[in-house]
Ligand binder design. Structure first.
Ligand code: GAL
Length: 808
């Protein structure tokens, strides 16, 4: 009681004191700079001039991906591996008046990511070039701005030299742009670094660095750090007098927070540190740094320890595209992906194979993901002709530094990966440059962040691997090769292991090739084309199809749980992505690796993970129940939180099954007859769950289901509307492929459609979309207007269906 009273008193004293001291707020502003740009597809060198007439250019808001607007073609230089969509050159221009708040202040433009080779001009003045398509960068505009009249930013984007990636990259200013306005005395953007050298339940020691920029002569200020909890309460405040001199001053402040609430994957509790520069009683700058208090370590024997508890990182790798939206970043689209993954029990994300959007890490902080933040897919040795190997020599230091500086305050970031399957792993004699590079890159990271382990994702971990023999890696990152996990501890005594990439199994949602227990290794070897496959370019969703370097989901999961030394696994991949349509090539144009398809519809293995990775009661039955009479069908159930399951066909039991030992599923062989297949799960004889699948008749109607019924009227929010093709009884028609026309009226608009098929060549912008195995997806975006959004779907012979959403 006394303690509580004292804390309240202390808080009161602190806040009163802050108010008196801080006086008038004259700190920074960060403006969203995404609206009202002009775009031209093609090259117009004179567009950098201030007087250039862009009146006939297309108006748009950023983020924008021009490639996703194109048509699929086998002849696009990106190749099928790059998604079979066009690249090219493009220009963006924006004219703007400088806000009055900018007088006597500094103005910078912040780009979160531009694909690629961006060049930027302000009022005709060249600011610079940035080849890397994933890195965040900024330019100081101050010396070139005209106050009181129009200014013009011009950006040239050049993604014409292709192939330059092994996946779909998108083209353009595909992430956020912001305008930052500060006083000359300010905290440098990405200039703070918070770490927690000591964390236990009773106390966290917090170390805070801040770099202060100052263009003026020596000044005496107060540097104030406030630790603010998730409810907005100031929990701790520390004010330190500081003399700033010259251009930059570094400060380090240590604080102690009693009884911290820790950040974890299951309780991602966030504090923030508000840092203020106070001069003569006035706040001159305010800067916020996220703070998640957690301790962690990787151990050779026991794997990953978070806040003193041994847990496993249950992760997925994802590329940066958002399916039908392309790479144009959208907060809700990214949040939805993470929600779907979290519901599966996933707690880890690897940003394959490049720095992510900054806002994705904010989501990971908030939602509890353990992120492996990756920088490169190649160093000096190329993987495709025009990829980053051309820029690596000149840019690796700046790019890697900027990535670490931007991301090192995110509590969700636990591991830096400085490369994926880097070719410099191999090479002997004079060709062991990989060792030198490995040490160099690790040092670049460690100089800026000594608190997190650095790894690379390796194809093999033999002693001849230059990256590993460099001795620079804190963690041994191993892609695939799950069979050697058993022996890892013996073969590499004292080394810490993370399965940076696993599985690479192949599935088409809703397609099943029997027998379920015979494995298809497609193609038969990594350097061979697929000779046999399915005529419709499908892969079986029974978890019986995978690449020669990969393994089934089930087998990989078993190995994962057999080996305590494997600290975590990142499955390739969470979501299907554009490009890399292994095992096929054209007409296939997107991947089959996802646990979830491109439209966001879970494949069956989603429920395998959910049954192993969550504590939820799970029961999932596959396949559909439309077969030819007399066929023997493999029926599988994934379940959890039950002792047994029983299957019935048309009311007749087909037997009780229990998962024995390591087993992660149960199965039956059932002679098909039309009707209803039912499975029940029981615990102590009591029914826990029941699932049915019935033989569907001909398609008769459509059904619309929105992921969210109430949206934010902010012009950016999205609803993902699932369209289901049903028979007259309401059963999903498992092979339905009807063309569906979608219309949206009122306070929203249709921005994309999809169906999850890796072979569809319909444009994502089309309002007509064929169902694929019974499902289609419409993505609806709000305007900045409140009201009702009416979504209709219509198909010949099936009539129409409607759903209404609210935008508020
Ligand atoms: C890995 C590679 C990934 C992806 C995957 C497909 O070897 O790191 O980027 O290509 O194979 O299975």
């Amino acid at each position: 009681m006394v303690k509580i009273y004292f804390s309240i008193l202390l808080l009161f004293v602190l806040s009163t004191f802050s108010m008196n001291l801080a006086g008038q707020d004259n700190s920074r502003t960060i403006e969203n700079f995404n609206a009202d740009w002009k775009f031209f597809k093609g090259d117009v060198p004179s567009a950098s001039n201030i007087g250039f007439k862009d009146s006939d250019w297309r108006k748009l808001d950023l983020p924008h991906d021009s490639s996703i607007e194109g048509n699929f073609s086998n002849s696009h230089p990106a190749t099928v591996g790059g998604g079979a969509l066009p690249g090219g050159t493009g220009w963006y221009r924006k004219t703007f008046k400088i806000p009055r708040s900018a007088v006597n202040r500094l103005v910078s433009i912040l780009f979160d990511g531009v694909y690629r080779n961006s060049e930027v001009w302000i009022n005709g003045h060249y600011l610079g070039k940035r080849p890397n398509g994933y890195i965040s960068f900024e330019y100081d505009l101050t010396p070139y701005l005209k106050l009181g009249s129009e200014n013009c930013i011009a950006v040239r984007v050049d993604n014409s030299q292709q192939p330059n990636a092994r996946w779909y990259t998108g083209s353009g200013i595909y992430r956020d742009v912001k305008l930052l306005i500060t006083n000359p005395l300010h905290i440098v953007n990405s200039g703070t670094f918070v770490s927690t050298p000591v964390v236990d339940k009773g106390l966290a020691k917090i170390r805070m660095e801040a770099v202060i920029a100052n263009n003026l002569k020596s000044r005496k200020i107060n540097l104030r750090h406030q630790i603010i909890d998730a409810e907005g309460r100031v929990m701790l405040e520390k004010i330190s007098p500081l003399t700033v001199t010259g251009k930059r001053t570094n400060s380090v402040v240590n604080m102690e927070l009693p009884n911290p609430r820790l950040w974890s994957d299951i309780d991602p509790y966030l504090y923030k540190i508000r840092t203020s520069l106070i001069e003569k009683g006035k706040i001159v700058d305010d800067y916020e740094t996220p703070l998640g208090i957690r301790s962690f370590s990787f151990e050779a024997k026991n794997g990953f320890i978070l806040n003193g508890k041994n847990i496993k990182i249950k992760g997925v790798c994802n590329h940066h595209d958002l399916g039908a939206l392309g790479t144009a970043f959208n907060l809700r689209a990214a949040e939805r992906q993470l929600e779907i993954l979290k519901a599966m029990g996933c707690n880890g994300l690897r940003t394959a194979h490049n720095p992510p959007a900054a806002a994705l890490l904010d989501l990971c902080d908030r939602m509890g993901f353990i992120v492996m933040n990756e920088s490169f897919d190649m160093w000096e040795k190329k993987k495709s002709d025009f990829d980053y190997h051309l820029d690596f020599g000149q840019w690796h230091k700046k790019d890697l530094e900027d990535q670490v500086l931007r991301d090192r305050n995110h509590p969700s970031v636990f591991i830096w990966s400085v490369g994926n399957e880097i070719q410099e792993q191999w090479g002997t004699g004079a060709d062991t440059l990989g060792r030198v590079w490995a040490r160099k890159l690790v040092k670049i990271v460690k100089d800026l962040d000594p608190t997190r382990p650095v790894t690379t994702a390796n194809n093999d971990v033999n002693s001849y691997n230059n990256l590993i023999s460099s001795g620079a890696m804190d963690l041994i990152g191993y892609n695939y090769n799950h069979k050697s996990w058993d022996d890892f501890t013996n073969a590499h005594p004292g080394q810490k292991l993370i399965a940076t990439e696993t599985t690479s199994a192949l599935q088409t949602r809703g397609h099943y090739d029997a027998p379920a227990d015979s494995m298809r290794i497609w193609p038969t070897a990594w350097d061979k084309p697929l000779l046999t496959g399915n005529a419709d370019f499908s892969c079986s969703a029974y978890d019986n199809c995978y690449t020669p370097w990969g393994s089934s989901h089930e087998e990989t999961l078993k190995a994962f749980y057999r080996n305590p030394a494997v600290s975590g696994m990142y499955v390739w991949t969470g979501f299907d992505y554009l490009g890399e349509p292994t095992p096929y090539t054209w007409p296939a144009r997107s991947s089959y690796f996802g646990i979830i398809d491109l439209a966001g519809f879970p494949k069956d293995v989603y429920y395998l993970y959910q049954s192993v990775w969550t504590d939820l009661p799970v029961l999932h039955l596959l396949p559909h129940w439309n077969w030819s009479s007399g066929k023997e069908v493999d029926v599988i159930a994934y379940y959890s939180q039950a002792d047994e399951v029983e299957l019935y066909l048309n009311g007749v039991s087909k037997g009780v099954r229990r998962k024995d030992g390591e087993e992660l599923k149960v199965s039956w062989k059932v002679l098909y007859q039309p009707g209803t297949l039912k499975v029940v799960s029981r615990k102590n004889g009591k029914i826990i769950l029941e699932r049915n699948v019935s033989t569907a008749g001909p398609a008769a109607k459509l059904e619309l289901i929105a992921d969210r019924g109430v949206l934010d009227a902010n012009g950016e929010d999205l609803s993902f509307v699932t369209i289901r093709v049903l028979d007259s009884q309401g059963n999903l028609v498992p092979d339905a492929a009807q063309a569906i026309r979608i219309s949206v009226e009122g306070a929203g608009r249709l921005v994309a459609t999809d169906n999850g098929s890796p072979v569809s060549h319909e444009s994502f912008q089309s309002d007509i979309r064929k169902a694929f195995n019974g499902l289609a997806m419409a993505i609806v975006r709000t305007y900045q207007v409140q009201g009702e959004i009416v979504i209709q779907a219509f198909s010949e012979g099936l009539g129409s269906a409607e759903i209404r959403l609210q935008s508020k």
